[in-house]
Every structure is written in C-alpha cells, then in structure tokens.
Design a protein around this ligand. Structure first.
Ligand SMILES: [Zn+2]
Ligand SMILES: [Zn+2]
Length: 214
C-alpha cells in the first residue's frame, strides 16, 4: 500500500501540472500533512478546514455546519480504515464489486503492468485496499458485453481513462500504471476531476465517491 508521504509527494507534482485541480490538491496536501502521520481529533481538523479549506467549506467549518462536518467525519473515518486495512491480511485476489476488507464501493480502477498488458484492480473508496477485478465487467451491474462498456480517453490525461457502462450508466476512472508508472491511483484519480465533469455532462454517475464527495 502507498505511504502517505508518497501520496503527498504525488499531489504536489500534480498540483503543478493540472491547474484545474490545483486548489483541491493543495487542500489535500494540507489535510494529509496534518492528519495522517498523527491522528487529529475532529476539533483540530475543523480548525484546519476553517483555515485552509476552499471558501464554502471553510465557512461551514467555522459554523460547525454542512458540508464541513461530513468532510471531517470522512477524513477521520478514512484515516482509521486505511490504518486498519494496512494491518490486515485480507484476500484480494477475487472479483467482487465491494471492498473485501471494509465492504465499501470502489472509487477507481487501477491497471497494473503484468505480462504483455495490464491487470485490472479496483480501489476502495474508504480504506484504499486494491483487489483484483475482471477486465471486461461493470463493477456496478455486472454487464460483460464489451459493446456496452465504452472507454473514453483524453490527451490531457493519457494515463487516466473513463470506463463507463451503458447498461447502468455508471463509470469509474481507471489509472493506468502501464502508461505512467509513477501515478498514485487515489491521487491521480483526484487530479483528473475534469473527467468527472465530462462524465456527469454525458449522463454517467460514478460508482463510488472520493474523500471530497466527487
Ligand atoms: Zn475498503
Ligand atoms: Zn453497469
């Protein structure tokens, strides 16, 4: 599993390369640096969000209101779940559509180099466990017909693609490590937010949301 240091380092690299996601990544770095090596309590996190969060979230944090309270709860829950998953020895070599460790839905797919091509995994939206998943299979509805499973790519993100399903109209972004071996799936997923906007405009819903409810 990726260390927090590596996640923060990657977020800092992508912050320079992807202006559209720079504010989000900067905030991710602040939250990460403050809360991952040591567990903050909710009041400390609230102060952090109030000081460094995007304007609406910061204002909500000062007022102990939504959406800041949910965000703080998610950060705390994720830190705990990632720690617990790292200690566990859960079996990850099975195709199932929810996390084998915590039961949450996937936030992204990951293609890792193997043999001539790439092997597909799903990444848990909560505890960041990766588990194997068949290449041609919708993680939401189980569609297997490749004509119903279009893949969309862009020049802007050569290593991130949208894997959609036209049966249930859901999608995940897949981070392709055979194209960019330095990618950190949960961070690159966040940086490619432009693809989520494109997918929403085209009537697709994401299978599982990330830390920022995107
Ligand atoms: Zn999980
Ligand atoms: Zn589907």
């Amino acid at each position: 599993m990726t260390s927090w240091e590596r996640r923060i380092e990657r977020a800092a690299e992508l912050e320079k390369r992807v202006p559209a996601a720079a504010a989000l990544l900067r905030f991710y770095i602040v939250v990460g640096q403050a809360s991952w090596p040591v567990a903050l309590n909710s009041e400390q996190l609230r102060q952090l969000v109030a000081r460094h969060g995007p304007p609406l979230l910061a204002e909500a944090a000062r007022n102990h209101a939504e959406p800041a309270e949910s965000f703080i709860a998610r950060v705390l829950r994720q830190a705990e779940a990632v720690g617990a998953a790292a200690q566990s020895q859960v079996t990850t070599g099975i195709t199932r559509n929810t996390c084998p460790f915590c039961g949450e839905r996937p936030v992204a797919a990951v293609l890792r180099p193997e043999g001539e091509g790439g092997k597909r995994y799903l990444l848990c939206s909560l505890c960041l466990t990766e588990w194997e998943f068949r290449r041609m299979l919708c993680p939401n509805c189980g569609e297997e017909n490749h004509e119903k499973l279009p893949v969309y790519t862009t020049k802007e993100f050569p290593h991130v693609r949208v894997e959609a399903c036209d049966s249930c109209r859901q999608y995940l972004k897949a981070v392709d490590l055979t194209v960019d071996g330095l990618a950190v799936p949960e961070v690159d997923e966040l940086a490619a937010i432009a693809l989520d906007l494109w997918a929403a405009e085209n009537g697709y819903t994401k299978v599982g949301a990330n830390l920022f409810e995107l």
